[in-house]
Design a protein around this ligand. Structure first.
Ligand code: F0G
Length: 357
């Protein structure tokens, strides 16, 4: 895999190769994912006060618009290395968008199972345009994932959900980037939690950097689930999860233990935020920070706002909030949230009067 002249970023596999299970024979399938910005959260920092330094890890700027690309570059490269000619996943949308893009580049067939009516329009459009075979299952994400497990146990088709260990290996590179950018570890790491792969992956990444002596401490992991889809908070699966944050509408997370381990070992927490709190954070991010995310991504910010109100954070500490997916993924949510444009006559006077000039 060659990089473009003048573009020094080689994608997460080449950048973090010593930390990843790849060899010289592994074909690298990459869209040059990763290297996403760590943006100072000025408005949120002001709102929280107490000298807190807050940053957003804006994962919506990955090639397919979500953090999934970090895991998918590795999962699809390994699938190709193993000689697979097809990949399959269940998805609330972003995994399917990412899988279909990487499969397209690798020349692999891609099948995705989505919960019918449960994924945002942009994600569906992505999977379709990349040429995946998309099946809308009239059930939940959890049911679709169970079917995918059964299929991949019996047939030669590579599973690229986060129960594929290569996915989490790729995703842990986001923790490396956070530390590389800060020159240290954050004190707190806030993240939305659905199937719980990403919180597991970040915790692994931080621990590996710690073990290598690259950082001298570890963040407390703060996971946030939507209140209507909060099995890890309740301590039991939720049969019919409900939330406007469709990406994290999951009732029985595959990486349940990984999330609990990250919480316990880091002295962190996993809490629920309501759809109302998620939408307030979603609008705050777009309106005050200039960052457009999909609703699930706003869960981390909603959680930090909530904890901030109860004085949870130690003065002067460093907080990183992961913004997992781009706002353009879910245009319907914008339309349901904001006031739509007013129609005006093509007359100067009409427009001047509307804009108050
Ligand atoms: N944020 C976004 C935008 C997501 O798409 C997901 C998961 C999460 C957060 C939660 O991450 O599952 O690792 O805890 N989306 C998966 C999918 C389930 O199918 O796209 P997690």
């Amino acid at each position: 895999m060659q990089t473009c002249p003048g573009s020094p970023w080689p994608g997460v596999i080449q950048r973090y190769r010593p930390f990843l299970p790849v060899g010289p024979q592994t074909p690298i399938v990459t869209l040059l994912e990763g290297n996403t910005p760590l943006i100072p959260a000025r408005a949120l920092g002001r709102r929280l006060g107490r000298g807190l330094q807050v940053y957003f890890k804006y994962e919506g700027l990955n090639p397919t618009g979500s953090f999934k690309d970090r895991g998918m570059t590795l999962a699809v490269s390994k699938a190709k290395e193993s000689g697979a000619d097809a990949v399959i996943c269940a998805s609330t949308g972003n995994t399917s968008a990412s899988a279909s893009a990487y499969a397209a580049q690798a020349g692999l067939r891609c099948v995705v199972l989505i919960p019918k009516g449960g994924i945002a329009l942009g994600k569906l459009a992505q999977a379709l345009i990349h040429g995946a075979q998309v099946l809308a299952v009239s059930g939940t994400f959890d049911e679709a994932l169970e079917l995918v497990r059964q299929i991949t146990q019996a047939y030669p088709i590579a599973l690229v959900n986060s129960i594929n260990p290569h996915r989490l290996e790729g995703q842990k590179t986001a923790a490396f980037e956070v530390c590389d950018a800060l020159g240290r570890h954050p004190d707190y790491h806030a993240i939305p939690v659905g199937n719980a792969g990403n919180i597991t992956a970040y915790w692994r990444g931080y621990r590996e950097y710690f073990k290598e002596g690259i950082i001298d401490g570890l963040p407390r992991m703060l996971g946030f689930q939507a209140a209507g889809a909060a099995p890890l908070v309740k301590g039991r699966p939720v049969a019919r999860p409900e939330t406007i944050a469709t990406a994290i509408r999951i009732g029985n997370p595959a990486s349940w233990e990984g999330a609990i381990e990250a919480k316990k070992a880091s002295g962190g927490l996993i809490e629920a935020v309501t759809d109302k709190e998620i939408l307030a954070a979603y609008q705050f991010l777009a309106g005050q920070e200039g960052i457009f995310v999909e609703p699930a991504s706003a869960a981390s910010v909603a959680g930090v706002m909530k904890l901030g109100k109860r004085g949870f954070f130690r003065k002067g500490s460093v907080i990183v909030c992961v913004l997992t997916g781009h706002g353009l993924k879910d245009p319907d949510r914008v339309i349901k949230t904001v006031r739509l444009p007013k129609t005006v006559k093509p007359k100067l006077g009409a427009i001047l009067s509307e804009i108050g000039l």
